[in-house]
Ligand binder design. Structure first.
Ligand SMILES: *Cc1c(COP(=O)(O)O)cnc(C)c1O
Length: 436
C-alpha cells in the first residue's frame, strides 16, 4: 500500500502546482483549536488559518453543532423558487453588520464567484438602450488597482494584477481592464501626503481618460492580500469614493480577505468610514467550515439594474444559499458578535509587532508590515517554499509563503504563546533563508 503522500502525488492536482507535483503535500489527519495534526504525528499551529478563513479554529463546538443541527433538518435545496430561514437570516445579519447603506444580498458559493457576480452587477446596470432601441454596451470595462487579487475564475482574473495574474499568458482572451497605479505603501498617509496626492492625480487622469468605457472600480480595501500582502492608507478609499461619485462609477470593495475583523476593524471599509456600492465577502464568512461567499448591494445599484435592458441579474449557482453553509455563517457571525475578536486581534497585532519587527535588521529582510491579525515579512529574494515550510514545521508552525513573502494570518482564538511560537518559527525560517 502506498502512503497518502504518494497516492496524493499520483492522483490529486493541488492549487498553483504542476502535475505531477514539484514537491509533496503534507497529509492532515486531525485538527483542533489552532492545531493541525499531520500524518507523522506532529501537532503544529496553523499560522495561515487555512487560507485566512478558520478564524474560530478547528472543531469549535458552536460551529460543529450548528452544522450538525442543520444536516438533521435538510442539507440542501435549490434556491430558484425556494427559500429557507437560514438564508434569510444570514442575509439580514449581513445587512445589519455591514457598513450602513446596503439593501440586498446575493449568496454565492466561493469568493471568486462573488467577484464574478459583482462585476456582472456593475456591467449590467451600465447597459442602456438608445432611443432607436439598440443596446449601448460601451461601458463594460472595470478600473482596478495594480497588485490586486480577486480570484481565479476568468472575470475575476481579469481584474487581478496583470503580472501576478499572468495576463500575458492568455493573449487578449482575458479582456483589457484599466489598471490604476498601486497606492503608495503605508497605512498612516494622510490627505496632505504628497505621494498620495500625486497618486490621486494620476488615478483621476486615467479614469477621466477612460470615463466613457468604464462601469466601475474594484479593489481590496486597505490590504491587498494574495497580490502581495500590501498595506495602504484608508485615505485611498475616500479618494476613490469621490472619483467614483464624480464619474458615475460603481465602487466595489472586495472584502473577501479583509472582512470579519482581520485588519482590526469589522471591514476594510471601516478604516475610512467609506461605503462602497457593492461589497464582496467570503473566506471567514463561514468561519472556514463550509464554502460560501456573499455580495452586498445598495438599492441604487439594484434599481439601476432593474431599469436597464438586462432587468434580471444573470447568475444562479447550483449550490446558492446552501443551508449548511448558511448555518455555519450564522454560527460564525454569532461568535464574532460577542466582539471578543476585537481584543484578540489587538493582542495578536501587538504580539506580531514584538515578534516580527526586530527581523527588519536581518539582511535577507526587505520589509516587515503588520495590520490587525496580519503579519508580513518580505524578503529580498524569492522564497524556497518547500524548504522554508519544512523549517517552520520543525519549529511547530504551518506557514505557506509565496513569492518573497512569509506571512501569518492566525486564527483569532490564538493565545499569546501561540503567536510567540509563530513569530519565533518565522524568525528561524528567515535566518535559514539568509544562510542559503
Ligand atoms: C481569496 C480571495 C478571493 C477568491 O476567493 P475564493 O473563495 O478562493 O474563490 C477573492 N478576492 C480576495 C480579496 C481574496 O482574498
Amino acid at each position: 500500500m502506498n502512503t497518502l503522500t504518494e497516492r496524493d502525488a499520483a492522483a490529486v492536482w493541488h492549487p498553483y502546482a504542476p502535475m505531477p507535483p514539484a514537491y509533496p503535500a503534507y497529509p492532515v489527519i486531525d485538527a483542533h483549536e489552532v492545531y493541525l495534526t499531520l500524518e507523522d504525528g506532529r501537532e503544529v499551529i496553523d499560522a495561515m488559518s487555512s487560507w485566512w478563513c478558520m478564524v474560530h479554529g478547528y472543531r469549535h463546538p458552536v460551529m460543529s453543532q450548528a452544522i450538525k443541527d442543520q444536516v438533521d433538518r435538510f442539507s440542501h435545496v435549490m434556491f430558484g423558487g425556494l427559500t429557507h430561514e437560514p438564508a434569510i437570516r444570514l442575509c439580514e445579519e449581513l445587512l445589519a453588520l455591514a457598513p450602513s447603506g446596503f439593501a440586498h444580498v446575493f449568496l454565492a458559493d466561493s469568493g471568486s464567484v462573488a467577484v464574478e457576480v459583482a462585476l456582472k452587477l456593475a456591467r449590467q446596470q451600465a447597459i442602456t438602450r438608445s432611443p432607436q432601441g439598440t443596446l449601448d454596451t460601451s461601458r463594460m470595462r472595470l478600473a482596478t488597482l495594480r497588485g490586486g487579487y480577486h480570484g481565479d475564475t476568468w472575470g475575476a482574473m481579469g481584474v487581478c494584477d496583470p503580472e501576478g495574474g499572468m495576463h500575458a499568458l492568455y493573449g487578449d482572451a482575458l479582456g483589457h481592464q484599466v489598471f490604476l497605479p498601486r497606492p503608495p505603501a503605508g497605512y498612516g498617509r494622510t490627505s496632505d501626503d504628497p505621494a498620495l496626492q500625486t497618486w490621486a492625480g494620476d488615478v483621476s487622469a486615467l479614469i477621466e481618460a477612460h470615463r466613457n468605457e468604464l462601469c466601475g472600480i474594484v479593489l481590496e480595501p486597505v490590504l491587498q492580500g494574495a497580490g502581495g500582502m500590501y498595506i495602504y492608507s484608508p485615505e485611498v478609499l475616500r479618494i476613490l469614493r469621490a472619483i467614483a461619485d464624480d464619474q458615475g462609477l460603481v465602487l466595489i470593495f472586495d472584502e473577501i480577505a479583509t472582512g470579519f475583523g482581520r485588519t482590526g476593524q469589522w471591514w476594510g471599509a471601516s478604516h475610512a468610514d467609506v461605503v462602497p456600492d457593492i461589497m464582496c465577502v467570503g473566506k471567514a464568512l463561514t468561519g472556514g467550515y463550509m464554502t460560501q461567499a456573499a455580495v452586498l448591494v445598495t438599492s441604487q445599484v439594484a434599481e439601476r439594474l432593474r431599469q436597464s435592458p438586462s432587468e434580471v441579474l444573470m447568475h444562479g449557482p447550483t449550490f446558492m444559499g446552501n443551508p449548511l453553509a448558511c448555518a455555519a455563517s450564522l454560527a460564525s457571525i454569532g461568535l464574532l458578535r460577542t466582539e471578543d475578536w476585537k481584543d484578540q486581534v489587538a493582542m495578536i497585532e501587538t504580539r506580531l509587532h514584538q515578534g516580527l519587527s526586530p527581523l527588519i535588521t536581518v539582511d535577507a529582510v526587505a520589509d516587515v508590515r503588520i495590520l490587525g491579525a496580519v503579519g508580513v515579512v518580505e524578503l529580498h529574494h524569492p522564497i524556497d517554499v518547500p524548504r522554508l515550510t519544512a523549517t517552520a514545521l520543525d519549529a511547530g508552525v504551518w506557514v505557506r509563503p509565496f513569492g518573497k513573502l512569509l506571512y501569518t494570518m492566525p486564527p483569532y482564538i490564538a493565545q499569546t504563546h501561540h503567536i510567540d511560537t509563530i513569530t519565533a518559527a518565522m524568525a528561524i525560517a528567515v535566518e535559514h533563508a539568509e544562510r542559503q
